[in-house]
Design a protein around this ligand. Structure first.
Ligand code: HEM
Length: 74
């Protein structure tokens, strides 16, 4: 897979390249979609994911976050 899986992502801890961790809540997912370079997931290349802030509307992004949330069974 090119990017990290969305399965079980929502609400769980994500290890970042800089050694810190973050909980994948709505704010983190929205940021990761709009500005993927802000927090790089450990083991994945920086700059691989294009920023979607200018491509998707805020409504699109909220829908995708709801979908990612549904994959975690929440
Ligand atoms: C609508 C399209 C996309 C959405 C909604 C999306 C969403 C996300 C999210 C939420 C993360 C953080 C995941 C985590 O914390 O485990 C992520 C990371 C990542 N995505 Fe995407 N992605 C999209 C398209 C793409 C595409 C087209 C690529 C590559 C061609 C890509 C490559 C990556 C990579 C390499 C990461 C990990 C590095 C980083 O944190 O920037 N994504 N993506």
């Amino acid at each position: 897979m090119v990017g990290p899986t969305w399965k079980g992502l929502y609400g769980h801890e994500v290890e970042l390249e800089d050694g810190t961790t973050v909980i994948a809540d709505e704010a983190y997912l929205i940021e990761s979609i709009k500005d993927p370079g802000a927090k790089i997931v450990k083991g994945f290349p920086a700059g691989a994911m294009p920023p979607y802030g200018a491509i998707l509307t805020d409504e699109d992004i909220i829908d995708i976050v709801a979908y990612i949330r549904s994959l975690a069974g929440e």
